[in-house]
Design a protein around this ligand. Structure first.
Ligand code: PBG
Length: 336
């Protein structure tokens, strides 16, 4: 057998991208994106009147917390070294204006104070600022007599809610309602009442997504219909730039893209242009899909979770809200 020509043995020349993939140490050294516990935020649900935590069927491993179990979950989050918690409240009483959202004894406001007491030095205690968990119709705002979501009347409620959350001790309020002008109104009311140190996270590019499905169960949502008159159309990419620019101009400290995995293009756009930190929310449906596939043995759960969060970081998110935050932090600890 004749010896092949040298240029047929090595047709690739001198550049061999495989070289840096050849050992775990080289791969570790050259990894361009890293996930760190400090950049992870854990969403937590707390339900009024629960004695014991209640499982959420569509989100295996996630629960609606009782007041006590919430405190333990917050302590555990601090122990894991993650960056923060995002609190959602599920009240027993709901009405047209979401009155429990602004009651200092309301479930979410009490939970904020509990969380700050439990781990307020170690974690950024964040609260969802939206009315949908508190209204009997399940919309993110108050309604006009003919049933449309009234933007400017809702802003009045958001301002009151921001004050209640700040007074409960929240370090950061997460504006997820997608009303026009919400960031400006909340920033102003906080500043006017001496809460200029409370940060505002604007869910700037929040899409009307089917991937919020399991969240509806997590908060016992009453919603009929959808949120397409206020959340963004999944068809739109350019509009995210406008939403982000408005929120930054109105005083947002952090802007968010939500959901994450189906919106990585939007996230990359926002990360490239934002002058403030960028967060992404890996939402309930993203969690449920991976859990369901893994439960069937169709994908490797740990690798899929890691890869999904890594991809969100790679697209440009500085922070990731994920239901796996604490478990991920444990894995990252193990690996380091
Ligand atoms: C609104 C809110 C929602 C989520 C976070 N904040 C629901 C919605 O907009 O319909 C969804 C989060 C998730 O799906 O994990 N308060």
């Amino acid at each position: 057998m004749s010896t092949p020509e040298p240029n047929l043995i090595a047709p690739v020349g001198r550049l061999r991208p495989r070289r840096l993939r050849s050992t775990p140490a080289l791969r570790r050294l050259t990894a361009q994106t890293r996930v760190h516990p400090a950049g992870l935020v854990l969403p937590l649900f707390v339900k009024e009147g629960l004695e014991e935590p209640a499982p959420i069927g569509s989100m295996p491993g996630v629960v609606q917390h009782s007041r006590d179990s919430l405190r333990r979950a917050v302590a555990q989050a601090a122990e894991a070294g993650i960056g923060g918690v995002m609190l959602f409240g599920v009240p027993t009483h709901r009405d047209a204006t979401g009155s429990q959202a602004t009651d200092p004894h309301g479930v979410l406001n009490v939970a904020i104070t509990d969380a700050v007491r439990e781990a307020g030095d170690a974690l950024v205690v964040q609260a969802d600022l939206c009315l949908d968990e508190f209204t009997d119709h399940g919309h993110c705002g108050v309604l006009t007599p003919d049933g449309r979501v009234d933007n400017d009347a809702t802003l009045v409620r958001y301002a009151a809610m921001a004050l209640a959350q700040a007074e409960a001790g929240a370090h950061l309020v997460g504006l997820s309602g997608m009303m026009d002008g919400q960031t400006a109104v909340v920033r102003d009311v906080l500043d006017d009442h001496g809460h200029d140190d409370v940060a505002v996270l604007a869910y700037a590019a929040k899409y009307a997504s089917a991937f919020y499905g399991p969240f509806r169960e997590a908060v016992d949502s009453q919603l009929e219909g959808d949120r397409r008159t206020y959340q963004m159309d999944p068809a739109n990419r350019r509009e995210a730039a406008q939403e982000v620019a408005l929120d930054i101009a109105e005083g947002a400290d952090i802007v968010m893209v939500k959901p994450a995995m189906s919106y990585l293009d939007v996230l990359a756009d926002v990360a490239a242009t934002s002058t403030v930190p960028v967060a992404a929310y890996q939402v309930s449906g993203e969690y449920a899909m991976i859990e369901a596939a893994a439960a069937n043995g169709w994908i490797d759960r740990r690798r899929a979770v890691m890869e999904s969060v890594l991809s969100i970081r790679r697209a440009g998110a500085d922070q990731v809200l994920t239901y796996w935050a604490v478990e991920l932090a444990g894995w990252l600890q193990e690996e380091s």
